[in-house]
Structure formats: structure tokens, C-alpha cells
Design a protein around this ligand. Sequence first.
Ligand SMILES: [Zn+2]
Length: 101
Amino acid sequence: MKFICQNCGEVDHVLMDGYDVGDRLLEGVMFKITVKKEKFQETLTAHVQDQDKSYFTDNHISIKKWEKEMTEDAKLSMDEDGCCMMYCPKCNDNQVIDITE
Ligand SMILES: [Zn+2]
């Protein structure tokens, strides 16, 4: 399964701003969101990107906790109105992003 950006076509992952879940603590930290099929439905998972890991470890912020929070947030925004809070990693646009079969 992949995401589809209205501008770029298929992309492997999308990005979500940590501000959604962590407020100013995570403002501007972009989480990588991946999708896979699990029991006939898509499952989204949030990951801290490699370049941001030191920010978490240096400031004693739990990567595991926030990956979990962001995963929940991504699922919610998907259920609502087609992930308008998700950004394409290629064009940086937050046009409605869909998921392929
Ligand atoms: Zn795009």
C-alpha cells in the first residue's frame, strides 16, 4: 500500500507535524507516517525520522511515547476527512492524500 499525493502520485510515506500532539515541544518535528495492510484494512504507523532522534534523546523526550501518540492521531485524521494534516514529502503540500489498494 502507498499514499497518493494529488500532485506527485504515489509516495511511500507522508509527514505529520509533531505540533498536533506535542504542542510546542514537538513543533516543526515531522513524523514519518507509513501505511501497511493488516487484516484487510490499512494501518498507519508514525516514526521519528533519523535526523530528529538526537532532539528526543538530548532532551530526554520519549520517542516511543510520541510515536504512539502520533500513530493514534494519524489514524484519527484518516478516519475523519482524508488526512488533510498530512504533508507530501516531495512537494510539501497538504492536499488530500489518499491510500492505494
Ligand atoms: Zn506531492
